[in-house]
Design a protein around this ligand. Sequence first.
Ligand SMILES: [Zn+2]
Length: 200
Amino acid sequence: MKNFKIRFKNKTLEIVNLEDYGFLVEPRYYFYGWSNLKSCYARFSVAKRLLFAKKYLPKGYNFKIWDSFRTKETQKLLRRSFRKRLENLHPEWDSKKILEALNVFTGSPVWKVKKIRLTGHFFGGAVDLTIVNKQGEELDMGTDFDDITERAALHYFKDKRSLNRQEKAVKKSRRLLSKVMKKAGFKSYPAEWWHWSYNK
Ligand SMILES: [Zn+2]
């Protein structure tokens, strides 16, 4: 699909295909059957800031994008799946606790979309990504995308008391991701190391 436009308040936002900007894409939600978008799309301003961030990566490294612009329909399917995963992982939790965790890991429910800011997935302002090396292999970040445990927290390994060799490498890789994204003006999300947002 080509680039497209969406409305946010009284602004028209241009949504572009991140593949066209040289990033690797792995549209997970398309693979899962939750999205019809065969690539990963973000707001034009976000694509430009990602190019800026990429300059600070070691030579030959790149970003791999898992998701950015997301429709309400995709969000609905995503929440349905995450709810099941959370219920399976925490059978002792009541529905209130499940809902709290669901909101942490999937963002706002679909019916609250109007209150969402420019920084969210609905306006292509948030991007879920990792770093790949020269060979195109993902750096070890300690968890996969959309992990629903405490290990997904950005500072989990930074705050952990004793780290083994592998965990030390994970900590370093997350620090690299944080450094380059912050330099480009992205904001982190404490619960998910892969989620970064941009407000312009
Ligand atoms: Zn995200």
